[in-house]
Design a protein around this ligand. Sequence first.
Ligand SMILES: [Zn+2]
Length: 178
Amino acid sequence: MPCPLCAAPDTRAYTVLPTRTPADIVMLCAACIHDATHADPLDAARLGLLRDAIWSEDAGVQVLAWRSLRRLSEHAWATDLLEQVWLDEAVSAWAEAGLPAPTETDAPTVPTLDSNGTPLAEGDAVTLIKDLDVKGAGFTAKRGTLVKNIHLTDDPGLVEGRVSGMVIVLKTDFLKRA
Ligand SMILES: [Zn+2]
């Protein structure tokens, strides 16, 4: 399935944050995962499907589209769309809660910690401490699954790891250093 925000063909599972239960997994391209986890300016020209995605019946896709439109508020078409769309209260609160924080260049580096507060480093191995329903990909990553060679992200609450052959973004609250 192509990326719901930009139609790029190569997608992987992304957990829409902040995580709800069960987790909302959306198949996104690498560029859109980058945009969802970094506060850099968005390239409106790349995000050609936002006009459709904002009406998606998949709440995860809708929330990501809504956040993208908010970040494109210098464009009249984006603010017009935001005025037209109606999100239910829970989805709206969820969308707001996940807007990426503005980049603060002088902010101290926050360490990435596992669920026990143990620091995680690039390349560490971790185990999942709860079942993770990877809905978009149709499988459940079981509690106890070992994920080797994790990759840290700019967000101390998130790491990337390969589960069942697929690179997914994992919340550090659900991990324990192996
Ligand atoms: Zn994309």
